[in-house]
Design a protein around this ligand. Structure first.
Ligand SMILES: Nc1ncnc2c1ncn2[C@@H]1O[C@H](COP(=O)(O)OP(=O)(O)OP(=O)(O)O)[C@@H](O)[C@H]1O
Ligand SMILES: [Mg+2]
Length: 266
């Protein structure tokens, strides 16, 4: 198996946190090989450890034991090769929407491109998420969904090899969500990015993924099962509505979540 077939890799990863009540084991025995250009979604009940796993790939956490690799190198911290969209939009409050994206663009392309090109990239990223009208607004002046879109634009503007997204469309209305899902599929096809995305939405997982990684309930969560989504691309949401394979994949994920790993309401 070459580096392209195990581009992003978790090997025997365990993650525990020290809490006031003692050690809390969040993840155990996580083994996952992600190929370059693959689109992976992580799905599982609330609190099972999806964000924790994503933060491990981002290098924001390091595993208690085990190894994480990206492009053949051990993940030792965050890097511009991995763009992150956080579950709770994390914009710098003292910068405008433009400023938040421009900062990321400058970090990645500042050494090689002119100020005009950097500005152009920033404006294009804002246009992509339909936020050109909010260019000069500050985070406290925009809605939660808009903040989330700035976060998505920021990650995409860096053109990272790996996109790590934590419920990026969770706070959006259905139309905006569908638009961004379609845009994301186009961008990923064009850039050949590798994507790991957390979602709660089974339809979204089937529409976007090459593989759906389904996690068991925590504590000590692990990968319960993986569904290969063998639907041809490009995928069209309207056409899929009448596709029997789409519906059987969808029920496979639903069965995992609501029968095999049902979780009582909190
Ligand atoms: N820094 C931390 N210290 C202690 N426990 C933590 C820490 N971070 C996460 N946990 C615990 O690890 C478990 C997994 O948390 P995580 O945020 O990864 O879940 P999740 O699957 O992303 O949930 P959700 O779908 O609600 O976002 C939870 O029980 C959480 O309380
Ligand atoms: Mg989470």
């Amino acid at each position: 198996m070459n580096t392209l077939q195990k581009y992003v890799l978790a090997e025997n990863v365990h993650m525990s946190f020290d809490t006031k009540q003692g050690k809390f084991v969040a993840l155990e025995n996580i083994n996952l090989k992600i190929s370059k250009g693959e689109f992976i979604t992580l799905i599982g009940h609330s609190g099972c450890g999806k964000s924790t796993l994503l933060n491990l790939f981002a290098g924001l956490l390091s595993p208690t034991s085990g190894f994480m690799f990206c492009a053949g190198r051990e993940i030792a911290g965050p890097g511009p090769d991995r763009g992150v969209v956080f579950q709770n939009h994390s914009l710098l409050p003292w910068l405008t929407c433009f400023g938040n994206i421009h900062l990321a663009v400058e970090r990645v392309f500042g050494a090689t491109e002119s100020p005009l090109q950097l500005k152009q990239r920033t404006l294009e990223a804002l246009a992509l998420v339909h936020l050109s009208h909010a260019t000069d607004k500050y985070p406290h002046e925009i809605s939660g969904g808009m903040k989330q879109r700035v976060g998505i634009a920021r990650a995409l503007s860096m053109q990272p090899n790996v996109l790590l997204m934590d419920e990026p469309f969770g706070a959006l209305d259905a139309l905006t969500r569908a638009h961004l899902q379609d845009e994301l599929m186009k961008i990923v096809t064009a850039t050949q990015s590798t994507v790991v995305m957390v979602t709660h939405d089974v339809d979204e997982a089937v529409l976007l993924s090459d593989r759906i990684v389904m996690m068991t309930n925590g504590p000590a969560a692990t990968i319960g099962s993986i569904v290969e989504v063998d639907l041809p691309r490009p995928r069209d949401r309207m056409a899929l509505a009448n596709n029997t394979r789409y519906h059987s994949l969808r029920s496979e994920v639903l069965k995992f979540l609501y029968q095999k790993h049902a979780k009582a309401a909190a």
